[in-house]
Design a protein around this ligand. Sequence first.
Ligand code: SF4
Length: 376
Amino acid sequence: MEKDRLDPWGTSAIKDYSRLQSEFGIEALAPLVPRFKKPSPHMRRGIDFGQRDLARIIEAVEKNKPYAVMSGIKPTGDFHLGTKMTADDMVYFQSLSKKGTVFYAVADVEAYADNGLSFEQTAKTAVRNVADILALGLDPDRAVVYFQSEELKVMRLGTVFSRGVTNNMLRAIYGERQIGLYMAALFQAGDILMPQLPELGGPKPVLVPVGADQDPHIRLARDLAARYHEEYGFIPPSSIYHRLMLGLGGSDKMSKRSADTLLTLDDATKDASRKIMTAFTGGRDTVEEQRRLGGRPEICPVYDLYRFHFARDDEHVQLVYHECTKGIRLCGECKQEAVGLVKNFLEDHRKRRDSLMNDAKELLAKSRDYLTSTGE
Ligand code: SF4
């Protein structure tokens, strides 16, 4: 049987999400969903499927105790639908309690190591990316957004951690990589554990929402939390995992590395429409076959557009699934409907995002002041 591969910097192959439990120790999410008063659309639609120590976050919410939600973005281009999934989870978990604070790292060190982009280039992209997440609902009053390369606390933690890991350990988690990526991974562990430093309120539960392919970073951070528990009192970070969206060309993951299989929040309407209308589908070879056998939403990226982002509500997702599998719906009309939904969303989002550019700059400046005031 082909083994699943989780690669945060390349192509991941996940044939069976339930196997990630035995292969990597990711626990099922379903038993914990009833503990949420209003489960998120990702939970209700089976998009979020796994977790590690999520109960710690649920308890913090129930007991009105502080917790953090930590994630980041690699500022290599426009916000795309994969990044939006993580952002949606962050916004949801921030909204569960007034005691929840978001820490959002602009991973410019990783963008340099992995993509060769200069810090000047990524700084410009980052402001727009931050405005995107504000437009998606992030509450700026309980958010700290910072550049990885500027944050000395992260650099220091990364440096401390570099003495606690061996080449063998990094190779076991990530495979053979260039040194820059190992360094970026250590700084990323610094990002994940920074909210627990004494000057930022001390040890607390921290949730990291990620795509399944990012699990190696979580394993490293949890390992380091245990190694440095005595010194810093770190609590192992919790995580929640979402499925990877299929690329529009039918690949396993929508990725910035392949522009035509990717929808971004900045695609011109005509480009978004072209990409959707030429997308791979789970449809059959002929209309007659599709009417008789039904389509295959499980392998269809157009269905993913509905399920992950653009359906009006859960009933709409179920309707598309039902009509597809029963042969009632054909791919051409299904794509046309998706184009309309995407177009409306993109137009609304861009208007909101463009009006929030100054707020994004202010949030970055306010966060810089806050982190500086807590000591360098
Ligand atoms: Fe995909 Fe829609 Fe075709 Fe079904 S009808 S296979 S969901 S494009």
